[in-house]
Design a protein around this ligand. Structure first.
Ligand code: NAD
Length: 445
């Protein structure tokens, strides 16, 4: 059996040793299960002044039957702090005054969500400074929190408050278990925000295409999208036909064997989705490979193979997919933390994943995409427990697992849940963003 530090320190002598040496002990994260309430306990709602955003959050919590607390005297499961009305750094005291006592009583796997406005929309230098300061606070709180808790910042553009509900829901829920210290930007929705009839089926009636769906993160994405109500077209290479069919059968979807680098891959996907399901609403570009080597030893073939699968294929497929995706749809690309921070031995992979991020931000602004009301976002996973990462040498693997604020690797489902949220029609204000699913990995850019 492979060595696993997290399991070793979860009980017995390992636990005692870790406690006495002050070593990290990963907490079992709270993950979403169908039928779960949004958050298991009261949410403390505070902030700077009474603003429309605070009213929205209160309404959302009350509609879900979540008790709303106004002081940290009792233990709470989450804290939402509305800082949308800050004018200058002096106003940040309101944030400290809420968080400081609350962090002492926050239940394990607690959630901190701070809501602010974008720095670019500030009307004075002092306001700009105060708005940006929220980022520093949230990223530090993420590093201070214990017990599997997370802290995230939501920046809502002026006039775009309606779009904030979906993100608050996601961040309070178990769906965001491994999303930590992120800044999520909510802008004017690209199409009307539509809440689902049933929040346990936010993708009911949708058709989703997932590439690389035969195993790993892709198989989890297919599972989660199907669980949430979507019919899934599972795409993978012919050599993975067996496991691909298993995934598709398990979730009542269809399998399409196609190599994403083949010139007609996009056309084949469109043809399949239209013939079998009448069209498609969601595309998840997940298929990806690594062929690691120091750049000094990387030949043209090794370089090109990774760029072809991870980046060029998406650009080519989108030529067919973008015109065909239904109005109000969602495109989600799977990038990587390596595309943000770089990684030794992964210049080709990091190039491809940074390219995916560049493509995401540009496509989100594309006229054709915006006219169709389609969102385009990316997720950047950190260390996720898959067959691929299980093969990493022991020391490197344990460093990958532990060097994040949650002291553990993420599960494939954590990436899948984040992609699911980016595919909600209730979430049409988030576009052109990159959300890291990395437990606040300490690896910096
Ligand atoms: P994986 O190797 O387990 O699965 C990748 C899937 O993609 C496989 O089923 C494979 O057959 C398929 N695929 C590969 N080339 C293809 C092609 N040309 N056409 C169609 N399908 C193809 O990998 P994973 O860990 O599940 O990674 C999924 C995605 O997440 C990748 O884009 C990867 O770069 C990214 N990612 C993973 C991690 C991690 O820690 N595992 C971290 C960051 C990013």
């Amino acid at each position: 059996m492979a060595f696993d530090y997290g399991k070793l320190v979860s009980g017995g002598i390992g636990k005692q040793l870790a406690t006495s040496l002050g070593l990290p002990r990963p907490t079992r994260l709270r993950r979403h299960r169908v039928g779960d309430s949004l958050i298991p306990g009261a949410v403390l709602l505070g902030g700077h002044g009474q603003t429309p955003v605070a009213d929205r959050v209160r309404g959302l919590l009350e509609a879900e039957g979540i008790p709303v607390a106004t002081s940290a005297s009792t233990s709470v499961a989450g804290v939402v702090v509305d800082m949308t009305s800050v004018e200058s750094p002096a106003d940040l005291e309101s944030l400290r005054a809420v968080l400081s006592p609350a962090l002492k009583t926050l239940a394990p796997t607690g959630r901190v969500v701070v809501v602010g406005r974008p720095v670019e929309e500030a009307t004075s230098v002092a306001q700009s400074a105060a708005r940006r300061a929220l980022e520093g606070v949230v990223r530090s709180v993420g590093k201070e929190m214990r017990g599997g808790g997370t802290a995230n910042l939501v920046l809502v553009a002026e006039g775009a408050d309606e779009g904030v509900d979906a993100t608050i829901r996601f961040l309070l829920s178990g769906r965001s278990a491994y999303v930590d210290a992120q800044v999520v930007r909510v802008g004017e929705p690209v199409a009307p925000v539509e809440a689902p009839a049933d929040w346990d089926q936010p993708l009911a009636g949708k058709v989703a295409v997932v590439t690389g769906a035969a195993r790993g993160i892709g198989a989890s994405i297919a599972d989660v999208l199907a669980r949430d109500g979507a019919t899934v077209v599972c795409v993978d290479i012919p050599a993975a036909g067996g496991p691909l069919a298993e995934v598709a059968n398990r979730i009542g979807g269809t399998a399409l064997q196609v190599d994403v680098t083949s010139p007609d891959a996009g056309a084949k996907i469109v043809e399949h989705a239209q013939a079998r399901h009448g069209g498609f609403d969601v595309v998840v570009h997940n298929a990806g490979i690594t062929r690691d080597k120091l750049l000094a030893n990387t030949d043209a073939e090794r370089w090109a193979s990774v760029l072809d699968v991870n980046l060029t294929s998406i650009l080519a497929m989108n030529e067919a997919l973008v015109p065909a995706i239904r109005e109000g749809g969602h495109v989600v690309n799977v990038a990587s933390i390596a595309g943000i921070a770089g990684n030794r031995g992964q210049a080709n992979y990091a190039a491809s994943k940074a390219g995916v991020i560049g493509m995401t931000t540009a496509l989100a602004q594309d006229e054709q995409i915006r006219a169709k009301g389609v969102t385009v976002n990316a997720v950047a996973p950190g260390f996720i427990e898959t067959e691929m990462t299980a093969k990493i040498p022991l020391a490197t693997r344990e460093i990958g697992r532990l060097t994040n604020s949650l002291s553990q690797g993420g599960q494939t489902v954590d990436v899948a849940e984040t992609i699911g949220w980016l595919a909600w029609d209730a979430n049409r204000g988030v576009t052109g963003t990159v959300v890291r699913v990395c437990g606040q990995m300490l690896l910096g850019a």
